[in-house]
Design a protein around this ligand. Structure first.
Ligand SMILES: [Zn+2]
Length: 248
């Protein structure tokens, strides 16, 4: 009998101990509360991070479309390159543009361009439209960054406008020389003359049946943005210049 009582009391002790542990595991909420508080803090931190991230994204997505008289530091970059030293066309006839554009890398970039001041406002609108439509443009730099060597700028797929020059073999100032012509994605849109292309590297894009990123074609967003503002496209020329738009 004593043995049975001893056995039962041991069972009782075991049961009460295990139920105590069970109770603390299931019903002890102090840890849970701490966990909840911790989780809440993490959520707050996360929402702060998201807010900060959004702010950063917003800043990054801030677009700039501006035109102004040419600043002196920009004039200095141009003289002896896109602008001959004797300034055959006055800087006063030109405008300096800052243009946000949508890159080949799907990111936002800021470019610089010089155009005739009579078309500056329209050109800003054109590039604003291209940006809003996410039309991909690889680079928009001043041609002076290539020492105003057109072949270099074109081969680097740089889109640009003003560069003083006369039409080969004449004294007639070209439309680029007046800031009234713009070349877009020059590598994918070469000037095709017979069997050769400008830039040379652009020959693989001479075939216009196979449309790839950056190639301009009739009726696309780039074509439409220029044409509806009265510009014409070199793609229709006898020796097609697919990169070229001009205003006359
Ligand atoms: Zn051109």
């Amino acid at each position: 009998m004593l043995k049975i009582i001893k056995f039962l009391s041991i069972i009782l002790i075991i049961l009460s101990t295990s139920s105590y542990f069970l109770y603390t595991t299931i019903f002890d909420t102090s840890d849970k509360n701490q966990t909840l508080v911790a989780q809440k803090n993490i959520i707050n931190e996360d929402s702060d991070n998201i807010q900060n991230k959004n702010l950063k994204e917003d800043n990054k997505n801030e677009s700039v479309f501006s035109f102004s008289p040419i600043p002196n530091n920009v004039k200095n970059r141009m003289i002896g390159k896109s602008m001959p030293s004797n300034e055959p066309i006055s800087f006063d006839n030109l405008s300096y543009l800052n243009l946000t554009y949508y890159g080949f890398d799907d990111k936002t970039h800021l470019g610089e361009m010089i155009v005739n001041k009579n078309v500056a406002s329209d050109v800003v609108d054109i590039f604003k439209e291209l940006y809003e439509k996410k039309y991909p443009i690889e680079k928009i730099k001043l041609i002076d960054e290539y020492n105003a060597i057109d072949e270099k700028s074109m081969a680097d797929n740089n889109s640009s406008a003003f560069c003083y020059r006369t039409i080969a073999g004449t004294n007639v100032v070209s439309n680029h020389g007046k800031g009234l012509a713009i070349d877009i994605n020059t590598l994918q849109n070469p000037h095709v003359i017979g069997n050769s292309t400008s830039p040379k590297k652009g020959y693989i894009y001479a075939n216009r049946d196979n449309i790839k990123k950056g190639m301009i074609q009739e009726g696309d967003d780039c074509y439409n943005a220029f044409i509806k503002r009265g510009w014409s496209w070199g793609g229709y020329w006898k020796n097609p210049d697919y990169q070229h738009f001009e205003f006359k």
